[in-house]
Design a protein around this ligand. Structure first.
Ligand code: PRP
Ligand code: URA
Length: 212
């Protein structure tokens, strides 16, 4: 597969080990949900590496000093419903003051095309660093549509975080958005005939919410 300069593969043994747990069909919903959150913390830690800070005056027990803090009000996390919801708590654990927007998309079971059913975003998106969250990047259709929608609402500084990607999804995303940083926990082999990622973990939304 072609290499894309906007893509970061996390490739960390701790993340891979957690991922192996949620890949297993025997992992129950409660554990699945907890691990998705933990993986979001790990990916968020990397994806927020260059986040902007402002300098504030504080006083240690010894003296006054000027130190950096993250400006949460300039950050917005946007999960793609449903499965992206599983990553929100991990991200807000890192930056509790960040805004959270929501985009609802579902894939048609036959065409695999995404359909929008919900969109609620905070005002002032144009000045925020936006991190779109979805565990699965399969065909890339949902990710591409979510980015389009955010741009229509004025978003300029966009990033996308997924847990598992198919090569087909990475290619499609990068062709559509060569300048948007894409963070990938693991790159899997391929899509199957139903556009599910293999080996993957199955339907992320169903596994997070126990609707299997
Ligand atoms: C899943 C997943 C992504 C999408 C990925 O959602 O969470 O949003 O599929 O597939 P794509 O890259 O081919 O677009 P789904 O549509 O199953 O909805 P759900 O989260 O409500 O289960
Ligand atoms: N959506 C999922 O939840 N899983 C896949 O493998 C592909 C799309």
């Amino acid at each position: 597969m072609k290499e894309y300069s906007n893509v970061t593969y996390l490739n960390h043994p701790l993340l891979k080990s957690k991922l192996s747990r949620i890949r297993s069909k025997d992992t129950p919903t409660s554990e699945f949900r907890r691990i998705v959150k933990e993986i979001a913390v790990m990916e968020g830690y990397e994806a927020l590496r260059n986040v902007k800070t402002k300098i504030v005056e504080i006083e240690t027990p010894l003296e006054k000093t000027s130190q950096p803090i993250v400006e949460g009000s300039k950050l917005c996390f946007v999960p793609i419903l449903r499965a992206g919801m599983g990553m929100v708590d991990g991200m807000t654990e890192l930056v509790p003051t960040a805004h959270v927007g929501h985009i609802g998309l579902y894939r048609d079971e036959v065409t695999h095309e995404p359909h929008e059913y919900y969109c609620k975003l905070p005002k002032g998106l144009e000045d925020m660093d936006i991190y779109v969250l979805d565990p699965m990047l399969a065909t890339g259709g949902s990710a591409i549509d979510a980015i389009k929608l955010l741009k229509q609402h004025g978003a300029k500084k966009l990033h996308f975080i997924c847990i598992i990607a198919a090569p087909e999804g990475v290619e499609a995303f990068c062709k559509a958005n060569p300048d948007i940083p894409l963070y990938v926990g693991a790159l899997d082999r391929q899509l199957n005939e139903n556009c599910y990622i293999c080996p993957g973990l199955g339907d992320a939304g169903d596994r997070i919410f126990g609707t299997i």
